[in-house]
Design a protein around this ligand. Sequence first.
Ligand code: NAD
Ligand code: MG
Length: 394
Amino acid sequence: MIGVSILGSTGSIGQSTLDVLARHPERYRVVALTAQSQWQRLLAQCIALRPEIAVLSDPEAARLLATALREASVSTEVLAGEQALTTAAIAPGADVVMAAIVGAAGLLPTLSAARAGRRVLLANKEALVMSGRLLLEAVRESGAELLPIDSEHNAIFQCLPEGAAGVRRSGVAGIWLTASGGPFLRRPAASFASVTPEEACAHPRWSMGRKISVDSATLLNKGLELIEAHLLFGLPSNAVEVVIHPESIVHSLVSYVDGSTLAQLGNPDMRTPIAHALAWPERIESGVKSLDLLSLGALHFEAPDRARFPCLRLAEVAAHADGTAATVLNAANEVAVQAFLDRRLNFDRIPAVIEQVLSRLPSTPVRDLEQVLSVDLEARRLAGEEVIDRGIRA
Ligand code: NAD
Ligand code: MG
């Protein structure tokens, strides 16, 4: 039995992971589950799966969970606080760790799982983007495995016969990173100021958590993914090209020097990359139907509009800087997106907040964790100031 720890089990990726695991009870057992504060959902998961550990970073929610589990005679140990997320990440018997916490909060547990030499399934792209080479170095030093869950990166991984490490030797010329374009692909920029959180979170192809949904609407998600691809596959940032593909059927492509281009296709459902990374190099059933080409119709591709979606351009500049600019970009974006979701910032002001913070904190090479955490903190502080300055336009 392969032991699995799921960081962020109550979220969109966490629940899709549990759906795949439930199809293979003879192969996987759940060792640890974590969430921020959704204790009722975590309670239901604990009753069904009986993990050894359950963590809630919110102490009050953890107390409620512990009481409810006792009443249900479930012996799962409940831990509270941020530090306990790391305990779950390196729990004994957790061979595989699904890193599916959203945002910078996932960095330390993900890094710990990598240092402990586990198979890390990386959904939490922010952890990699903000820490740059640090996570990759931890993986290399411990002999851990880092497998991408992001559908695009999982697709690229599948199109690289030698896996990520062999990329240079295998004659790769470049990568096409596909993007659906999000809910506002055809919406005029003049109306971006009045975008509501509900509109931004209504993605046409994917059902996801709120933060990544907003990122998809600004195209900053594709920018984070550009940096993620550059780091994971060891390619220069100019070898990764973003292409809009509204149908979200082709999940990304790899071009080779001989003129070949390989693509991975599938219905837009995260259970496919999750099952792929869980079982790699084997294949297991995920619950996702194979494509029916006869009913699929046409697939379209077009260039992204960087004038209407300046976040993509900002991320490209940060990717090119190849240092703490990515940490700053990520932190400023997290603050801006939260302010937008809380209705304290207009949607069209998100790029301006990020751009201002980037201009105030020049990029330096990534050195160590202490530096990354202090840059992250400073970028959050400056972004908070920008949010107050820019606020809501009447
Ligand atoms: P979500 O909001 O649905 O779930 C987030 C999970 O993290 C929840 O379990 C929540 O309790 C936990 N969490 C949030 N903040 C926390 C904190 N401060 N401390 C501890 N736990 C915390 O998000 P999601 O859509 O599942 O996305 C998770 C990650 O996967 C993100 O990094 C996202 O970019 C990435 N991702 C998601 C999708 C998708 O389809 N949902 C696709 C690709 C990548
Ligand atoms: Mg993606």
